[in-house]
Design a protein. Structure first.
Length: 298
């Protein structure tokens, strides 16, 4: 692969085994040294181990993205180790949740803090380090299709992902004078491809009967169903929403000099899932030519 991120240092938050790990591996594959943050140190270490298995370099960081002292300590640890941060990927978030009738105030608040406050704090501290060193860096905030459209059972998740989308635009305007670009990426139910997850038999989020992101509701007599529970019809025009590897390739490019004038934008790599009209029913994936094979990174 072209090493268009060679010599750059990246920090990825929420570097768990699915999307975060895929992004970290992609950044490393294109030449960056990657610091992997997670509230669970074992997750961060597993991400670094994946990088090292593939011949790349990284460091593991434990930190709660909602605690400013821990955020500042994580940023300082990267600066102490590598002298600078060129790339920040705000990926930390709590997946899932419940609908508006059933979500608790505590769970709602925690989900919003992890995504919203965490994204703000890491952006603030990393951007300040970039400004001080005159680094024209790149910040990518991971949103979701739920930040642009809705499905039941994820009211907190939809709320904070929608907020991320406008945070991207606001931060892009604040940081443009310093040559720092801020963009968003909106995944759409990617199929896990981390070998550690595949070995556990992790299924695609939207596969099979009634697969969904949100949690259940109560059993009151007035309840009405919010989800279709039968076999899912075809949903994606190109037959697949892709994998964390597809996400990683795009994010790495967004952080490169090829994207030097792109800021305040949202990127979607989902096989056309978000673009299609609600009434359009694609053909089954088996009948489609489909996309080119994914470019592997391991």
């Amino acid at each position: 692969m072209e090493q268009f991120l060679e010599g750059r240092t990246a920090l990825v938050t929420g570097a768990g085994p699915n999307i975060g790990s895929g992004i970290a591996l992609a950044l490393a594959s294109y030449g960056a040294t990657v610091a992997c943050n997670d509230v669970d140190l074992d997750n961060a270490r597993a991400c670094v181990a994946r990088l090292e298995r593939n011949g790349y370099r990284g460091i593991a960081l434990q930190g709660d993205v909602t605690a400013e002292d821990e955020v500042a300590a994580n940023v300082q640890a990267v600066l102490d180790a590598f002298g600078k941060i060129d790339i920040l990927v705000n990926n930390a978030a709590l997946l899932g949740g419940k609908g508006v009738l059933d979500e608790t105030a505590e769970a709602f608040a925690r989900a919003v803090l992890v995504s919203g406050l965490g994204t703000f704090l890491f952006t603030k501290h990393v951007a300040r380090s970039m400004c001080e060193r005159q680094i024209r860096g790149s910040i990518v905030c991971i949103s979701s299709s739920h930040g642009w459209s809705a499905s039941p059972g994820v009211v907190a998740y939809a709320f904070h992902k929608g907020g991320i989308n406008n945070f991207v635009r606001a931060a892009a305007m604040d940081l443009a004078p310093y040559g720092i670009r801020v963009n968003g990426y909106s995944p759409t139910a990617p199929t896990p491809d981390n070998p550690d997850l595949v070995a556990k038999g992790t299924a695609p989020l939207l596969s099979g009967r009634g697969g969904r992101l949100g949690g259940g509701g109560g059993d009151e007599e007035w309840r009405r169903p919010t989800h279709y529970t039968g076999d899912r019809p075809p949903l994606v025009p190109m037959g697949t929403t892709g994998t964390p590897t597809d996400i990683g390739h795009c994010v790495a490019w967004m952080c490169s000099d090829y994207a030097r004038l792109i800021t305040g934008c949202d990127f979607v790599v989902d096989g056309g899932a978000r673009a299609k009209n609600f009434s359009y029913m694609p053909a089954p994936a088996s009948d489609l030519l489909g996309p080119l094979p994914v470019v592997p990174m391991e």
